[in-house]
Ligand binder design. Sequence first.
Ligand SMILES: NC(=O)c1ccc[n+]([C@@H]2O[C@H](COP(=O)([O-])OP(=O)(O)OC[C@H]3O[C@@H](n4cnc5c(N)ncnc54)[C@H](OP(=O)(O)O)[C@@H]3O)[C@@H](O)[C@H]2O)c1
Length: 512
Amino acid sequence: MAESQRHPFLHGLSKHRGAPPTVVVIFGASGDLTARKLIPAVYNLGVDNLLPTDFHLVGYGRKEIPDDEFRTLAADAIKEFSRRELDQDVWARIAKNTTYVAGGYDDADAFKRLAKHIDEIEKGVGRDVQVLFYISTPPSVFAPILKNLGGAGLAQKHLDQPHHAKVIIEKPFGHDLASARELNGTIRSVFEEHQVYRIDHYLGKETVQDLLVQRFANAIFEPLWNRNYIESVQITVAEEVGVGSRGGYYEQSGALRDMIQNHTMQLLALTAMEPPVSLHAESIRDEKVKLLKAIQPLRLGPDGDVARAQYADGMLGGKPAQGYLKEEGIAEHSKTETYAALRLSINNWRWQGVPFYLRSGKRMARRVSEIAINFRHPPGTLFAESEKFNLAGNTLAFQIQPDEGLSLILNAKVPGLETRTQPVKMNFRYATTFGSNTPEAYERLVLDAMIGDGTLFIRGDEAETSWKLCTPLLEYWSEAGREGMDSYPAGSWGPPSADALLAKNNHHWRQP
Ligand SMILES: NC(=O)c1ccc[n+]([C@@H]2O[C@H](COP(=O)([O-])OP(=O)(O)OC[C@H]3O[C@@H](n4cnc5c(N)ncnc54)[C@H](OP(=O)(O)O)[C@@H]3O)[C@@H](O)[C@H]2O)c1
């Protein structure tokens, strides 16, 4: 039996989600992301019979790489990074249609050669093919690639047909509001918005998609999903790793740009948005934008809604870990935050008065991404915190990574002859219920883009709305220099200033 029929996640997919004949062109094909995620994603879609019959993969990059060598590099990437072992039959089917075009990203002639190569593929297929361009390069070359796609007529290919050209753009989508607007401007000068797929791989994760199902397919949650029952919401994206050898890159970025502006804001939008009128991409994205627009501007200043810090020397996994300022490529007086926390207020009917706390940091105690919904306490007339009654607030936590799942903290009676209480945790783990071979986020996202489903991608106005909220803070921090920069030991859960942010509301950070 084919795996696509056996695996519960894939049930029905191959029947209903067929992509048309497609050429995927990867810009930056010799890069890290291509090897670790994109090639393995294509391969695993092949294993699951989810690639169209006429599927072609074209690598593009500045290096001269013969087709054969590119195929070998791709096979090596699958062997090293794929969640499933290389099956020679599946790979042979993909490899025979895998080619490479060498050229610069600002070289108009090279893009004409690329266009000719795609035309030849199309001739071989014998019918129209859609082209999906995947821009997986550093952002400095996003604009030249986009312009050259327009110049070579590739962006407009089959524009009047359903199988028109599409483009996936990797993060970072700008580094502030002005640059995001500029990038959107460049994109719109070449592509129409419905052709554009701005990727945030978090949205491809099972638990993130499950958030919609939990919220809107279960009667028990939606009635409670508002200011009457929810005390606060905490969204955590914590990493154990430090900056490693990427210090130079990270110095230009920081936690707010790298994580908060994109991943955590996306998680927030899906958690707090109103029910969309349908599951159609535009309905969901409309609600996300509405929600992002309802977030109040952050109060800046020492007593404001924000905290930032850098990791200092500490211990991680029983080993000493050095502080950020000692890492390779980091300026002596760096003002780049490796941790950021925000307290957001959403000024709408559903959420007024409910604080949303967002935090993200490097070198934290554990790698974990989660959304925790903290419910209000019931009246304490029968059970109030005491020696006998150990009580916790009810918390519903969506664990996005690792160990994708959902847990609910409840209070229960401890068995025995007297009434004592204790918090207990109900756990649902994807791996336990559905098996551990979950498709990777990139598989889902590449397939969705091939099919033309933009639900799990970010629309231009969404990206700009999120930058609009974060940019004043970036400017404020940039002007402040190191003033107000807190620190936290590597391997801890963050700095005292972030604890103080919650203490003002009598809240504290959860330890996931
Ligand atoms: N790696 C990840 O895990 C990850 C995760 C999320 C998002 N992203 C995003 O995905 C994109 C690609 O990431 P990556 O890690 O694969 O990047 P990368 O390895 O640094 O670069 C990808 C390719 O782009 C070309 N390139 C590199 N620097 C260039 C430059 N200065 N000018 C022109 N071309 C250059 C190179 O190809 P040629 O020399 O062959 O032309 C390189 O192999 C980035 O936007 C990144 O932010 C990456």
